[in-house]
Design a protein around this ligand. Structure first.
Ligand code: NAI
Length: 301
């Protein structure tokens, strides 16, 4: 086993002024990455802004002998995303690693979500990842190297009361990551997703007494591994928290087949619903092509 080090690779960590992002930034810098510490510096609901959060983390990195610069742009606009990538280029000459981590919450039950609460969640989490990742992807493609980690949530993957806006935005990231993984493969660009559980300002009130067992430091090692230069793992999703890491995946069941060319009825669906839903012998398609191939095999007997 070799030590995981970054040898001067340039990493952007969004929302790195606190919580998980701060921890990712400190760890990467400690292991030799040059880090852009991006943070808008506002409140947990997306209001406000300020420079002190990012500045503080940059100070910590430099005090520990690492290299970092602060960036205060919001990920939620295209100009902001461009500016974040530009600050990596200006300070360190490129970008090799992007950890999309910036996030906010505006929890409301589905019937009560205002359009503005929906829009801002999509803007920060989903559009934010797009705005930062696209200009970074172009640089990475030209260099033949890139590593992305996007931060989804179990609230999106599995559902959670009161988080319709958050869940929609977070699950959109899985689709984005899947396509970045496929389109980046030839250029040695990988893209993975984590669904963390950790104590932070977003969660400490929700987690109760278990919060202290869920420090952000117990999430970061997975992220550090996924973005490391020799890690080729791509196109996957992991649940991570409290020292446990597990894979999450979308599987395809063998299903039920009506027979080639046979019209089937709603009653046939009713009669076969358990077989359709039976998860035994599932496969995990790596692309829409692989899913279509699985259907072709059924059609061709
Ligand atoms: P946090 O609130 O400490 O970190 C989020 C950071 O993003 C903050 O420092 C904030 O200032 C920054 N930020 C917010 N909007 C921004 C914007 N427009 N541009 C740039 N920076 C912005 O909370 P935490 O828990 O560390 O969250 C990190 C990520 O992990 C978030 O995406 C969150 O949704 C996700 N997550 C966290 C979980 C947890 O258990 N803590 C569970 C599932 C997902």
């Amino acid at each position: 086993m070799t030590d995981i080090v970054y040898g001067g690779k340039v990493a952007i960590v969004t929302g790195a002024g606190g919580g998980l992002g701060r921890c990712h930034a400190l760890t990467l810098a400690e292991r030799g990455a040059r880090v852009v510490v991006n943070d808008l510096g506002g409140n947990a609901d997306g209001s406000g802004s300020g420079s002190s959060m990012a500045d503080q983390v940059v100070k910590e990195i430099i005090a520990a002998g690492g290299e970092a610069v602060a960036n205060y742009d919001s990920v939620s606009t295209s100009d902001g995303g461009e500016a974040i990538v530009q600050s990596a280029i200006d300070a360190f000459g490129g970008v090799d690693i992007v950890i999309n981590n910036a996030g906010i919450l505006r929890d409301k039950s589905f019937a009560k979500i205002e359009p503005a609460d929906f829009d801002i969640l999509i803007d920060v989490h989903l559009r934010g990842a797009f705005h930062v990742s696209q200009p970074a992807f172009k640089v990475m493609k030209a260099n033949g190297f890139g590593r992305f980690v996007h931060t989804t949530s179990a609230a999106g993957l599995f559902g959670n009361f009161g988080q319709g806006n958050y869940a929609a935005a977070k699950t959109g990231l899985v689709g984005l990551s899947n396509v970045i993984a496929i389109e980046g493969a030839k250029a040695n660009i990988t893209s993975n997703v984590i669904a963390p559980i950790a104590k932070s300002r977003l969660t400490e009130d929700l987690l109760g007494p278990i919060a202290d067992a869920l420090q952000p430091e117990l999430v970061t090692p997975l992220v550090a591994y996924l973005v490391s230069p020799d890690c080729q793992l791509t196109h996957e999703i992991f649940s991570v928290g409290g020292g446990r890491i597990a894979r999450v995946f979308l599987g395809l069941t063998p299903g039920w087949f009506a027979g080639k060319g046979n019209q089937y009825t709603p009653e046939d669906v009713q009669a076969n619903i358990e077989q359709i839903r039976d998860t035994a012998d599932f496969v995990i398609p790596g692309s829409v092509m692989e899913e279509t191939m699985a259907l072709m095999q059924v059609l061709n007997g």
